[in-house]
Design a protein. Structure first.
Lengths: 710, 154
């Protein structure tokens, strides 16, 4: 027995949970490097950033690096690709793993060349001794090189030495994708591939009363028809045959509908029992005593349920051979999906192997995991043959998890100096995560409809400080008195889970709208008012920068048609700083011709990549703000097409001007989220600036604008 | 039955039934995976092809309606090694996040620029109004189309 301290050393990023260097990297004898991220590409360009980190630390050219797409048999388990955490988790693991791999190679080279490490330098994998003589990585590598636990004791390069990190190498995938080369899980072809479709109930929880199966079995190309409880699926030789069979099933199926959906107003949340928790409290009795004469304001803000509405409906391919499943999926968390699917299929974890394949851009927990389970269920009905299941458009709109509706009530008191003396903020929402693999039940849609249904897992929130419905509910501003309270409503009647930014869009929209309302009451310019309450130098810098970009003039009112407004947040109060100025134009509806953005993500790893993420996040947030709300009545989700759920179109998209404040000396953080709340608030504030209309309920539709102006 | 269609200059004997959407023939029989499913209702533009010079959403057209017609898909206008100016411009402008919308948008843009080489910003936005992009890459895409237009005018 050893008495030594056996607590393993804390390692950076995902090295902490995947500690073997060989898990992450292989230095190959053929002059290539394999890197194996557990994070996956969801349209955010993360693989380009990770590749730059590895090339930088290893001193090899980018062209030598091959990215091995994640699968559950070989890749490091990095949980989910979500929350803008990939650079912090995967990026830091690769940074330290590659630095250590380089040092191990240098040590071998030093022995081979008979010189000390100080004599050696590396260029594109060739190690040269100052006194002459060289070897390459490819000469001295072997399988044993990285078969060891990472120590993270090799210091990565200082940012002043970076030549690749901070650059913008062209993304490797774009030439393929714009040429139509098969790139997505939807594009997979295999010998004997069959096509599956699921015939879903008309409303959540509905039970199947009767269905004609024989007529469907007799249809051309139909290979299998599956009924398992209230779950109905079909497998056919050809895709259009599967679709026709699905439609026939849908026509003959009789259902007992049980759903009781809420009224079409987020304020239904205020009437439901909640788990209430104070998440921030500050009391300064000295200030509280002197503010009683100041102005007090209260306001209420809301947002409807919001859909991811990925451009491609979810898709997966699965094959079942002798009780073992191989699945190709665009899930954001292939390990968690495996952990949930294996017991649902009644097999051991190792009998399910999931390979990641790309799909269209993913902004949170959509139908990806559910369709993977569908593919496995249908593959089980036709052993030995691969089955591709493609959700239809209406299926994605009606059945993917959505982001919860939210309501915020806030109030504040101004001191005699015009500053905020006290602040309270209450958030009502359902949970913002119900991803699979949490071990508390099943979060696979179809598992709830089987003859032996699985228990539905509760919906909840990631814990603070990141939080879910309470993400960004605590203001970054410094107020002497504040109370922030989260009211989590359990058991959402409409299935909710994570969508880009989780609760931050609504919370920041409310905070930043209310800051403008208070600035008005205090008769202080909105930017000046924010800066008075902000000590954080990086926060001040993005606000001052965006003001300069837009040519902000203090206290300038709009002209009744045009106006400008600002919104600011630090994502999760710990990651990207984002300041937005929006210009609006009132016509028949709200138009947003231009937005300016200044942001700070610490060290930018792939500069064009973070700019692309910001631009995209901003445009998508304009769409959220002006247009989007999940449609439903008291029984059914009623949105089935893009007509029912319109998003911003090419004729409506604003010009977006983005400025990065790069801080290469600081740790890098993610860029994918963080724009959503500031954009919504900036547009709302610009509307008030333009025409003295204050819209507090998202989205800002034409009807709401007309009602507010009446 | 007995329908023949021309895909990127090659005759293709259709084995699917007449009412099959052209999309599935292109993807699953002719191997044109760059023609993508998005909605099946002609609302998103991911399946855009060019038929007789016009942009057409192939999810919304039965294969029997294009018998004897000439269909151009993304695979027919250029390749990774020999890209069309539009494809090259998308790479140069890094005009993609997920890229799923890109091929349909390139086909809409090609139909526009073939008909109107001097298309301006409003023309381009109008021509792309049937194409959705969910990642918010619109600004880069508009830049890429304008870059390609300038290149094609040379």
């Amino acid at each position: 027995m050893t008495t030594a301290n056996t607590t393993p050393r804390k390692l950076p990023g995902s090295l902490q949970t995947n500690r073997s260097l060989a898990t992450w990297l292989s230095i190959n004898r053929d002059g290539t490097v394999d890197m194996r991220p557990g994070k996956i590409e969801i349209g955010q360009g993360i693989l380009s950033a990770l590749t730059q980190i590895v090339a930088e630390e290893l001193d090899v050219n980018l062209e030598r690096i091959r990215v091995v797409t994640a699968d559950t048999a070989h890749s490091p388990n990095e949980g989910t690709t979500s929350g803008s955490r990939s650079i912090e988790e995967s990026g830091m693991a690769f940074r330290y793993a590659a630095a250590e791999a380089r040092e191990l190679l240098l040590a071998r080279a030093g022995v081979k060349l008979g010189v000390s490490l100080e004599q050696l330098s590396v260029s594109d994998g060739t190690i040269t001794s100052r006194g002459g003589g060289s070897v390459t990585y490819w000469d001295i590598t072997d399988a044993s090189l990285l078969q060891r636990e990472a120590t993270a004791e090799t210091a990565p390069k200082s940012h002043t030495q970076h030549k690749i990190v901070g650059g913008s190498a062209p993304r490797a995938d774009i030439p393929r994708k714009v040429s139509g080369v098969p790139s997505y899980v939807q594009d997979m072809e295999m010998p004997g591939l069959l096509h599956g479709r699921v015939s879903r109930p008309p409303s959540p929880g509905a039970q199947l009363v009767s269905v004609e199966l024989d007529e469907v079995r007799a249809m051309p190309g139909v290979v299998a028809v599956l009924r398992d409880g209230s779950y109905l699926g079909v497998v056919a030789e050809r895709e259009e045959q599967a679709i026709r069979a699905q439609r026939r099933l849908a026509r003959s199926a009789k259902w007992r509908e049980v759903a009781k959906l809420p009224e079409f107003d987020p304020r239904f949340l205020l009437k439901l029992p909640a788990k209430t928790e104070v998440i921030s409290e500050k009391n300064d009795a000295k200030v509280a005593a002197i503010v009683t004469k100041g102005a007090t304001l209260e306001a209420e803000y809301s947002r409807h349920f919001l859909a991811h509405a990925a451009l491609a409906p979810s898709c997966a391919v699965a094959i079942c051979n002798a009780g073992k499943y191989t699945v190709w999926s665009h899930s954001q968390g292939i390990y968690l999906l495996r952990d949930e699917m294996a017991p649902a299929l009644g097999v051991a974890l190792e009998d399910v192997v999931i390979h990641h394949m790309e799909s269209a851009g993913c902004y949170g927990h959509n139908g990806a995991d559910d369709v993977a389970f569908d593919a496995a269920l249908l593959a089980r009905a036709v052993p030995g043959r691969p089955v591709r299941v493609q959700w239809m458009r209406d299926e994605e709109f009606m059945w993917e998890p959505v982001s919860s509706a939210m309501v915020v009530k806030t109030g504040a008191t101004l001191g005699k100096d015009g500053n905020i003396a006290s602040w309270h903020f209450d958030v009502w929402s359902h949970g913002h995560t119900s991803r699979p693999g949490r071990g508390t039940g099943s979060n696979l849609l179809s598992s709830w409809y089987l003859e032996k249904p699985l228990q539905r897992a509760p919906t909840g929130n990631p814990p603070m400080p990141g939080g879910g419905s309470h993400r960004n509910a605590i203001p970054l501003y410094e107020f002497p008195n504040q109370c922030v309270t989260n009211h989590l409503i359990p058991d959402p009647p409409i299935r909710t889970s994570s969508l880009r930014g989780l609760g931050s869009q609504t919370n920041v929209f409310a905070i930043e709208s209310f800051m403008d309302e208070l600035a008005l009451a205090a008769n202080i310019d909105p930017i000046e008012f924010r800066l008075r309450h902000l000590k954080d130098a990086r926060a001040r810098a993005v606000i001052e920068k965006v003001a300069a970009m837009a040519g902000w003039k203090a206290n300038q009112k709009g002209d009744g048609v045009r106006g400008r407004g600002i919104g600011f947040a630090r994502y999760k109060n710990a990651a990207a700083y984002v300041a937005i100025i929006a210009e609006v134009e009132l016509a028949e509806d709200v138009r947003v011709p231009k937005l300016w953005c200044a942001f700070d993500v610490g060290q930018a790893i792939h500069t064009d990549g973070v700019i692309n993420q910001m631009e995209g996040g901003i445009i998508q947030a304009v769409s959220f703000t002006l247009k989007e709300a999940v449609k439903y009545d008291r029984e059914r989700i009623t949105q089935q097409s893009w007509d029912d759920y319109p998003i911003l179109s090419f004729t409506e998209v604003p010009e977006v001007e983005v400025a990065l404040i790069n801080r290469p000396e600081l740790p890098p953080v993610g860029a994918g989220e963080g724009t959503q709340g500031p954009v919504s608030a900036a547009i709302g504030n610009a509307l008030f600036n333009a025409a003295n209309v204050r819209l507090r309920d998202l989205p800002f539709t034409r009807d709401r604008l007309i009602a507010a102006m009446a | 039955m007995g329908i023949t269609i021309t895909i990127n200059g090659h005759a293709h004997a259709v084995t699917a039934s007449d009412e099959t959407p052209l999309l599935y023939v292109l993807r699953n029989d002719a191997g044109c995976k760059g023609v993508r499913y998005g909605c099946g209702a002609g609302q998103c533009g991911t399946c855009m092809v060019i038929i007789d010079g016009k942009p057409v959403q192939s999810c919304d057209v039965p294969v029997s309606a294009v018998a004897d017609k000439s269909i151009t898909t993304i695979e027919g206008i250029g390749t990774e090694a020999h890209p069309h100016p539009l494809q090259r411009a998308f790479v140069e402008e890094q005009a993609a996040q997920c890229g799923y919308c890109a091929t349909g948008i390139i086909m809409s843009a090609k139909a526009l620029l073939d008909a109107n080489p001097n298309a301006d910003d409003a023309d381009i936005r109008d021509a792309l109004s049937k194409n959705l992009c969910r990642c918010g890459t619109h600004q880069r895409i508009l830049r890429a189309v304008k870059r390609a237009a300038a290149e094609m005018r040379k």
